[in-house]
Design a protein around this ligand. Structure first.
Ligand SMILES: NC(=O)c1ccc[n+]([C@@H]2O[C@H](COP(=O)([O-])OP(=O)(O)OC[C@H]3O[C@@H](n4cnc5c(N)ncnc54)[C@H](O)[C@@H]3O)[C@@H](O)[C@H]2O)c1
Length: 350
């Protein structure tokens, strides 16, 4: 007797946006970002065994759609993500994403998840993990330039993982500053609304740039940046899309995720292709030096790399089992005889 309802083999756990939000609150935003940072750190420490490739990008006039695959040999993962800076004017987000983990041995997916929320969580977790290692000791003040979707996540990760106490907000759109300030109320941070990027950087040991513009922009000029700071440059993550004046790059020690991707997409696309950079995973494993002294400018030229998404998905997979915060999704055809796919189709007729 053939059943038309899907068998267990057909079902893949799917985490919807609603369930992801419930999971984040169940764990708490800050604890989950710390947990994801731990997973990213663990995966960065085994960097060499991962399959790595610059993400596959499909550019259009208005934005980019990207696929970000990786595998550790046992588990395969990818994320679909877009970046469309003009979307917000149409009531759409700049960045949306979903992703998948699969079992390498069978090729069967084991998790499908929304990743718009999760990308904000993992990007903030990565920024804070890097800042914990590279920022000046006792950093307490961060300038947050660009107060859009990522900004509250960045602020809270820097609070919980680095110990930041004061966030100084600036955005060219005053409504974004206001939104961010309201969202950060009661979150244990001193929040200061600023009138310019210079004003936001006053007394800051960490400067985060997280703006969206599909062109070479200059959010920070050379004379704005004093010695000894850590710059967390998030927004320059596409060919032709940067945030920092090249002169700053020449003064800074530059840390990257995966150079082959960052040279295409990051701030360093403005430099010679052999300009020296340090791979951050090597700082974690002790193979490369981090900050050398308190005068040095350290720059994390962040573009977002597939392993960070893999780590975040791994974290979600480990945490959903006991919460039930997933739908069993009928994603895979499962014929009674594995070679009788057509027979399965016929049985579904009328
Ligand atoms: N590196 C990563 O891993 C990573 C991950 C996610 C997003 N991003 C990038 O980060 C950027 C921000 O993402 P988002 O989702 O927060 O976008 P968003 O559109 O929600 O917010 C961007 C904000 O930047 C502001 N802005 C634009 N130009 C500015 C300027 N010159 N000075 C100050 N503010 C300015 C806008 O007014 C807006 O409020 C995007 O470019 C996105 O591609 C990077």
């Amino acid at each position: 007797m053939t059943s038309l309802s899907p068998s267990d083999k057909a079902l893949v756990p799917f985490v919807s946006v609603d369930q992801m939000m419930k999971l984040i609150h169940h764990i708490s935003v800050e604890e989950m970002m710390s947990g994801i940072a731990d997973y990213i750190e663990a995966d960065f420490k085994r960097w060499e065994l991962f399959d790595k490739t610059p993400r596959v990008a499909s550019h259009s006039e208005k934005g980019v759609i990207e696929l970000m695959p990786t595998s550790d040999g046992d588990v395969y993962g990818f994320k679909y993500v877009n970046g469309h800076p003009s979307n917000t004017a149409d009531g759409l987000q700049t960045v949306t994403a979903f992703g998948l983990l699969a079992d390498v041995a069978s090729g069967y997916p084991v998790l499908l998840s929304e990743m718009t929320m999760l990308t904000a969580m993992r990007t903030a977790a990565t920024s804070a993990l890097v800042a914990r290692v590279l920022a000046p000791k006792n950093a307490r003040v961060m300038a947050m330039i660009g107060n859009g979707s990522q900004s509250e996540f960045q602020s809270l990760a820097m609070k919980t993982i680095v110990g930041i106490e004061e966030i100084r907000l600036f955005d060219t759109d005053p409504k974004a500053i206001e939104k961010c300030a309201v969202n950060l109320q009661g979150q244990g941070l001193r929040v200061v609304k600023c009138a310019s990027a210079e004003d936001a950087m006053e007394g800051a040991q960490i400067i985060t740039t997280c703006t969206a513009d599909k062109q070479y922009a200059t959010i920070l000029t050379d004379n704005m940046v004093g010695n000894g700071v850590h710059i967390n440059a998030i927004g320059g993550d596409c060919p032709g899309k940067t945030e920092l004046a090249p002169a700053i790059l020449h003064r800074a020690e530059i840390f990257v995720e995966y150079p082959e991707q960052t040279r295409i997409e990051g701030e360093i696309q403005q430099l010679d292709p052999d300009h020296p950079v340090t791979e951050f995973w090597q700082v974690l494993t002790g193979q490369a030096a981090g900050r050398r002294d308190d005068k040095q400018i350290t720059l994390f030229d962040s573009v977002g790399f597939a392993i960070e998404d893999f780590s975040a998905l791994r974290y979600v997979r480990d945490r959903i089992a006991d919460t039930g915060l997933f739908h069993p999704l009928d994603l895979l055809a499962d014929p009674d005889d594995p070679r009788d796919l057509f027979g399965m189709l016929q049985r579904a007729k009328g």
